[in-house]
Design a protein around this ligand. Structure first.
Ligand SMILES: NC(=O)C1=CN([C@@H]2O[C@H](COP(=O)(O)OP(=O)(O)OC[C@H]3O[C@@H](n4cnc5c(N)ncnc54)[C@H](O)[C@@H]3O)[C@@H](O)[C@H]2O)C=CC1
Ligand SMILES: C[C@@H](CO)CCC[C@@H](C)[C@H]1CC[C@H]2[C@@H]3[C@H](O)CC4=CC(=O)CC[C@]4(C)[C@H]3CC[C@]12C
Length: 392
């Protein structure tokens, strides 16, 4: 049940029908944004869904009043991006490579996440599109490579950002490009207005990793084995609320340009503060999974040795096979370093309130997990099924 009704629309532009472009619209978060825009943005005339891999589920979306235009393209190719952006009023740039498992070459992560974002910015300037919402990440901030906790911090919390890994570094670089582009003159002489949204760990329908945890536990008799201290808080946010923050930010960016332009906003909702594993159990418990141990079953140094061994094996096997275990030194550090946010900046700046309450977020995710039919062995971590099977 939505917590609030359909919010008041800003009609300052005389209700002109709008063209939106969503890059990465066929991904986990992207699909939530696409579906929510069709449900919650009545000024839409055309919704362009740009992605390297188009999902077949898009075809069913053209039955309503909005023209849904699938565009197969690559954000690293500027010509693809310019063609997709031209004529759009708003761009939601969600496309990105999410890899902390060493699946993708660091150069490719940089090309997609940083150069791809630069291409989107330049396309806005070149074609005259004035409003850009970027999907950044908590990772743009931390946890830093020194393992400093970020305990219920906000956008103004001083925190030493130190990145050694390709993915978080790329998100920080891309976010900086977006923020610095705010105010640039676009074709026609008006200023570009940008903002950056920073989700913490997103969960919800279509979250492949949560499904992998579920299937992995099924293979061990319905048990997960605790590895993370329960005291380590890890920020989580429901995909539907992250999508709503994107929809609202895109809607308000025009009438609140002075307030929102060049700003960053953490994505948040009422999902409980828990360790990564205990939060997952809020979802997997109702699916029949149990966790063994009230404390980690192995001492941290053994986990670190295992993670280091995995990293060594990945390096050794790389010429022959792509070995991407869940546990590596970085994911171990990530999951055992507190990183949670407590903020209301998005609420103060553009009236954001979560539209799904915690029970709804949990129940929707549980229903989705239960609805997934068994599937052969999971994909290497970081690889998503691209069959066009809708995640939702
Ligand atoms: N999953 C999470 O917990 C979080 C994700 N994010 C950010 O949210 C965004 C979406 O992430 P997810 O939905 O989880 O990932 P995803 O992998 O499910 O979706 C990313 C989409 O971008 C597309 N894409 C990748 N490279 C492309 C390229 N070169 N050209 C065009 N499209 C391309 C993919 O095909 C995919 O559909 C990313 O920018 C990610 O950094 C931020 C915080 C947390
Ligand atoms: C101890 C393991 C078995 O229970 C659990 C291992 C969990 C890890 C795979 C995850 C812990 C933290 C996650 C990351 C975090 O939510 C921040 C992220 C932000 C993003 O922008 C993309 C995803 C991610 C890097 C996320 C990935 C999975 C974890 C490392």
């Amino acid at each position: 049940m939505h917590v609030c009704g359909t919010p008041q629309l800003d009609m300052t532009d005389g209700g002109r029908d709008l063209v939106y472009l969503v890059t990465g619209g066929c991904g986990f978060l992207g699909e939530h944004v696409v579906r929510l825009l069709l449900e919650q943005e009545p000024r839409l005339r055309e919704l362009r869904v740009f992605d390297l891999h188009l999902g077949s589920w898009l075809e069913a979306l053209n039955s309503g009043p909005v023209q849904v235009t699938p565009i197969q393209g690559d954000v690293t190719r500027s010509e693809d991006v310019v063609a997709a952006v031209a004529g759009a009023d708003v761009v939601l740039h969600i496309a990105g490579l999410v890899d902390v498992w060493g699946l993708v070459d660091p150069e490719v992560i940089y090309r997609v996440n940083v150069k791809g974002t630069q291409n989107v910015i330049e396309a806005c300037v070149q074609t005259g599109t004035r409003f850009l919402v970027y999907t950044s990440s908590m990772e743009a901030v931390g946890p830093n490579s020194k393992g400093h906790p970020f305990y219920r911090g906000n956008e103004d919390t001083h925190y030493e950002v130190v990145h050694t890994q390709p993915y978080p570094r790329s998100k920080a670089q891309a976010e900086r490009l977006v923020i610095e582009a705010n105010g640039r003159k676009v074709r026609g002489g008006l200023p570009l207005v940008t903002c950056s949204l920073r989700p913490t760990g997103i969960y919800g329908e279509g979250h492949q990793l949560m499904l992998d945890f579920y299937r992995g536990a099924q293979r061990t008799g319905g048990w997960l084995f605790r590895a993370i201290p329960p005291s380590v808080e890890h920020g989580r946010v429901y995909a539907g609320n992250v999508a709503w923050m994107h929809v609202l930010a895109a809607r308000e960016l025009g009438s609140r340009a002075t307030t929102m332009g060049g700003q960053v906003y953490f994505c948040y909702d009422n999902s409980p503060y828990k360790s990564y594993e205990d939060f997952n159990m809020e979802i997997l418990g109702p699916c029949g999974i149990r966790i063994l141990g009230t404390r980690p079953l192995l001492p941290y140094f053994l986990l670190f040795l295992l993670a280091t061994l995995n990293a060594f094996l990945q390096w050794l096997l790389r010429p022959l096979v792509v070995y991407t275990p869940l546990f590596n030194p970085y994911t171990l550090a990530l999951s055992t370093t507190t990183f949670t946010v407590q903020t209301d900046k998005a609420q103060k700046h553009f009236g954001y309130q979560p539209i799904y309450d915690w029970e709804d977020c949990r129940d929707r995710t549980v229903s989705w997990i239960k609805s997934r039919k068994r599937c052969p062995a999971p994909l290497p971590h970081g690889q998503e099924p691209k069959v066009g099977d809708p995640g939702l």
